[in-house]
Design a protein around this ligand. Structure first.
Ligand SMILES: NC(=O)c1ccc[n+]([C@@H]2O[C@H](COP(=O)([O-])OP(=O)(O)OC[C@H]3O[C@@H](n4cnc5c(N)ncnc54)[C@H](O)[C@@H]3O)[C@@H](O)[C@H]2O)c1
Length: 372
């Protein structure tokens, strides 16, 4: 199979959909990999590293699109790429798509006749989303780091050194949600010698966390009362809750923030789902924070974008097994063999095969089983 990897065209997107290690796996299996010149530059991966593991560097993006059976991307095509979608018959696109929120991209894929497999809807039988997990891990691990930075006076915070010094206490870090991002945040905060409290509604989850950290942090059952008590003692609050299919619940009111230590920092990882603090709204890496009632909110909706090198490697580690399945067997056979991958198939040659996308846009829905 010929695999094409264009450079990402979305503003502020520096990731790339393949790594040199991924190229090597594909070329060792007999596939060809064409990568657009400079596609890895934003992730600090030079063209030469791709060439060394067997890729061909192509200067013109039209050649990548027109020549590929399988196109690997990070983000959904942007309008300037829509015309490329119909260039090659039976082409498969494997990328983050978020089609339920993007009518124009859905229409472009339907008109182009592509088969589109969305990273974010690939789902294991236990309900977990293996191609979203790495980004939650990145954002979770970043949260105590950005919290620590902004807690320093030049970062806008109260001037607290998170790890403390002999004779001076370490920061109190409160994490709301003990899922993928919350656990990743806890790992880093414990590593930074902070006093960590993690809250979740799911007691079974808290048992696992307690067992995992063996006393290095405190677990607390989430309730309005417990959140208030914890936040009043906090230097950093990290919001990492998720209610699948719904907006994030508002767990920290402005009135509560007003009673917190002045100069404390609240990092809302959940801001991409509406945010779990009352005044959260999405911010960018160039202007990441704003003040609320004497505290500082950090609400960057695309935290992994700050660390594209690490994010690219984390993402491709997770996508590669599926990419290899598609390249090896073709998407139809790969989807028949792997239920998780089958859930990722959103569009097949002019038909919407993922029900929530059809529902979101009032388009006809064709169950995947009918086209497999
Ligand atoms: N900002 C970013 O750049 C970025 C990057 C990746 C992920 N995210 C977001 O981070 C959030 C967390 O993702 P995840 O993968 O860790 O989800 P997850 O499903 O693994 O974990 C969410 C946890 O929240 C808990 N929860 C739900 N309601 C709660 C409540 N009222 N109180 C306490 N806990 C509650 C759940 O029980 C679950 O354990 C999501 O909104 C995701 O979209 C943001």
């Amino acid at each position: 199979m010929i695999v094409g990897v264009p450079k990402e065209r979305m503003e502020d997107e520096y990731r790339v959909a393949i790594t040199p290690a991924g190229v090597r796996e594909l070329t060792s299996a007999g596939h060809s990999v064409n990568i657009e010149k400079g596609a890895g530059a934003g992730s600090s991966i030079p063209d030469e590293d791709f060439v060394r593991t067997g890729a061909r560097i192509v200067a013109d993006p039209s050649d990548i699109w027109a020549g590929a059976d399988l196109v690997l991307k990070v983000k959904e095509p942007v309008p300037e790429e829509y015309d490329r979608l119909g260039e090659r018959r039976h082409q498969v696109l494997f990328t983050y798509l978020h089609l339920a929120a993007l009518r124009s991209c859905t229409d472009a894929l339907l008109a182009g006749g592509n088969t589109a497999i969305a990273y974010e809807t690939v789902q294991l039988p236990d309900g977990s989303l293996p191609l979203l997990t790495p980004m939650s891990e990145v954002a979770g691990r970043m949260a105590p780091i950005v919290g620590a930075h902004h807690l320093m006076r030049p970062g806008g915070g109260g001037g607290v050194l998170v790890c403390g010094v002999p004779g001076v206490r370490a920061a109190n870090v409160v994490i709301l949600g003990a899922g993928i991002a919350g656990m990743a945040a806890a790992t880093l905060a414990v590593g930074l010698h902070c006093n960590v409290t993690i809250l979740d509604r799911n007691l079974e989850r808290l048992r696992q966390v307690d067992h995992h950290f063996r006393g290095a942090l405190e677990t607390v059952a989430s309730s309005t009362h417990a959140i208030e008590e914890s936040c009043l003692e906090a230097d950093i609050v990290i919001g990492a809750v998720l209610v699948v299919g719904a907006r994030a619940p508002k767990l920290v009111s402005d009135a509560l923030v007003a009673q917190m230590r002045p100069g404390s920092v609240l990092v809302d990882i959940s801001v991409d789902q509406g945010g779990c603090f009352e005044s959260s709204h999405p911010t960018t890496h160039s202007h990441p924070t704003f003040a609320v009632a004497g505290s500082l909110f950090y609400c960057v909706a695309n935290m992994p974008g700050a660390v594209p090198h690490s994010s690219t490697h984390a993402l491709v580690n997770a996508t590669m097994p599926y990419t290899l399945e598609i390249a090896e067997h073709g998407w139809r056979q790969a989807a028949r063999r792997d239920e998780a991958l089958a859930r990722g198939v959103n569009v097949v040659e002019g038909m919407v095969t993922y029900e929530p996308v059809a529902e979101a846009h009032g388009l006809p829905y064709t169950p995947l089983t009918l086209v497999l």
